[in-house]
Design a protein around this ligand. Structure first.
Ligand SMILES: [Zn+2]
Length: 57
């Protein structure tokens, strides 16, 4: 995953460590970690696996 930076001068997000305006961009914290969503996805994956198994046997 690429790091996202923000230029505080332009208030623009960028993938570059240095903004086009010449100012050094700052790290942006990654999106808030959500264990609930992750768990939900995991549950959905498990369900899919179960269905696949039932079709196989
Ligand atoms: Zn800038």
């Amino acid at each position: 995953m690429n790091r996202i930076y923000i230029c505080r001068k332009c208030d623009e997000y960028t993938m570059e460590l240095k903004c086009g305006c010449g100012r050094t961009s700052e790290d942006v914290r990654p999106p808030k970690y959500s264990p609930e969503d992750r768990y939900k996805k995991y549950r959905q994956d498990e369900k899919k696996k179960e269905l696949a198994k039932r079709e196989l046997y």
